[in-house]
Every structure is written in structure tokens, then in C-alpha cells.
Write a protein that binds this ligand. Structure first.
Ligand code: ATP
Length: 262
């Protein structure tokens, strides 16, 4: 289980995270959604220990993150860092040292499956190929937790489908955890077991798709009551949080868009 509790982080004097709270259970594919600059990457960096939170707690399997735990976490960085002149083989040698569970057979199979050229230095790959290559390194490392910053960015639809299936398989043992960010609402619907919406450094929604659908309604101005929490005005009504049987049920896209516009 990974818990993020009242996380706060500033860059200099500028707050990036004001109050982020996430509860990630074993077996979860946990997706972070939010507008540009909302704080998704900063949250992920705090979880894997690249940034030190100013306030709040991050508990990974009930303990504070330390080096040992880091071996069980593989990360897809926003930057897709590559080293000039290194070939896929060289990365395998390095990753073997970092990850004791490294699976060479899996690595070779995935490189073939995703058609990546082994005779080209990785820094000359296209941006999508670099992302795929890093994802292959992550799966071959056989960690317990995968943290991915926008893993499907610049990936073609066929390979994207494969990656989403691989993420589902990874958590199917009910123990492994995936935490990822995305701008694609349909991906949340396809694979998320839980998700959070982050707006301006705060979690404004956390839960699963069922909760998102059951807690909200789209109502007309005339149907509004004082008990309702207004999320935002949408094209054909107001998205509100309510338990009242009123208005109409929103679809998932409307709920997420409503929070993103909030
Ligand atoms: N290294 C940095 N130095 C200063 N400010 C930063 C730095 N990294 C991020 N920020 C700021 O922190 C805030 C949150 O940025 P972050 O990258 O976490 O957002 P995000 O939700 O991942 O955005 P996007 O969807 O555009 O990738 C933004 O205002 C951003 O400008």
C-alpha cells in the first residue's frame, strides 16, 4: 500500500503541491489526471523520492521510502533520459546492477516485440521509441511498483494497447502497483482501478469510477439545492456532487472534464 498524506511541495517560493492525498492499494492501477501544471509530475517525483516533500508523509508499504524500497520501484521519468552513445545492450548491463530481479529473457523478447533497433544508440531513437524502451527496461526489472509519467505520450495506438494490457497483467497478481499520469480520459476508463484528479496542487477527487459516477449529477439551475456542491458549469447543465435523486446521471467523461474545468 502506498499512502500520500497532506503532501506539500514548493519550488522556491512558488507552491506546486498544496494538499495532495492518495491511497493506493495493492493491485491498483492508480491514475493521476489534471490540467497542465496541476502537480502530477511533482507528486510522482515525491513518491519515488526524487523530490523531498516540504510537508506531509509518503508511506510505501507502511515504511518511509528508502534505498531498499527504491529497488522495488521502477520509474518512467517525464524526461525519458538517455545517455549519449549507449546501446540497448549497455542499458541492460546497468539495469542488471540496479535491479536484482532483472529478467534478460523478458528484456530481449520485449525489444523484439516492440521492434526496437538494437544496433542504434538509444539517444537517436524517436521520442515514442525512447518511451517504449524505458517501459521495456521497467518491466524487465521486475519491480513491485511501476511509476509512469504519461506512458502513452507519442505512442501509436497498437503499441499503446499492448502497454495498457501489460500494465493490467502486471497488477493482476493483486500485489503489484501501477501509478501513472495521463491526459487521456479514455485510458482512465480502460484501466484505472482508482484515480485522482489534481487541480492547482490539490486532490479534488479521489476514488474509483463507480464512486465518480454515483456521487455526481448534472442538473439545471432550477434543480439546484443548498446541499449540492457545485463542481462546474458544463455545456448542457451544472455538474454537482450530490446524493439527491435529481437531474440526470453524468457519463465518466463529463465528471472528469467537470473537475478539470473546476
Ligand atoms: N523544476 C521546477 N522548478 C520550478 N517550478 C517547477 C518545476 N517543476 C515544476 N514546476 C512548477 O510546478 C507546478 C506543477 O508542475 P508539474 O510538472 O508537477 O505539473 P503537471 O501536472 O505534471 O503538468 P503537465 O500535465 O503539464 O505535465 C507548475 O506550476 C510548474 O511550473
Amino acid at each position: 500500500m502506498i499512502e500520500v498524506i497532506n503532501l506539500e511541495k514548493s519550488y522556491g517560493h512558488k507552491p506546486a503541491l498544496i494538499d495532495v492525498n492518495l491511497t493506493i492499494n495493492p493491485g491498483d492501477i492508480y491514475v493521476l489526471v489534471g490540467p497542465n501544471g496541476a502537480g502530477k509530475t511533482t507528486t510522482l517525483k515525491c513518491i519515488y523520492g526524487d523530490l523531498k516533500p516540504d510537508e506531509g508523509k509518503i508511506l510505501v508499504f507502511e515504511k518511509k521510502l528508502n534505498k531498499f524500497k527504491k529497488r522495488n520501484i521502477a520509474v518512467l521519468l517525464e524526461e525519458r533520459v538517455t545517455f549519449k552513445g549507449l546501446f540497448p545492450y549497455d542499458y541492460a548491463e546497468l539495469w542488471k546492477i540496479l535491479y536484482p530481479n532483472w529478467n534478460e529473457k523478458k528484456y530481449k523478447e520485449l525489444i523484439m516485440e516492440f521492434n526496437l533497433p538494437i544496433n542504434k544508440p538509444v539517444h537517436t531513437y524517436s521520442s515514442g521509441m525512447k518511451t517504449l524502451f524505458h517501459i521495456i527496461l521497467m518491466f524487465s526489472s521486475q519491480p513491485k511498483v511501476l511509476i509512469l509519467d504519461e506512458p502513452t505520450q507519442n505512442i501509436d495506438p497498437v503499441k499503446k494497447d499492448k502497454i495498457l494490457k501489460m500494465l493490467k497483467d502486471f497488477t493482476s497478481n493483486g500485489e503489484n502497483i501501477v501509478i501513472m499520469s495521463t491526459h487521456h480520459i479514455e485510458e482512465v476508463e480502460l484501466i484505472a482501478t482508482r484515480f485522482a484528479i489534481i487541480n492547482s496542487g490539490k486532490t479534488t477527487f479521489e476514488g474509483n469510477i463507480e464512486k465518480a459516477l454515483s456521487e455526481h449529477k448534472i442538473v439545471k439551475q432550477s434543480e439546484m439545492t443548498e446541499e449540492m456542491e457545485i463542481i462546474t458549469q458544463l455545456d448542457d447543465g451544472i455538474l454537482v456532487k450530490t446524493s439527491e435523486k435529481i437531474g440526470r446521471n453524468p457519463d465518466f467523461r463529463e465528471v472528469v472534464l467537470g473537475y478539470l474545468k473546476k
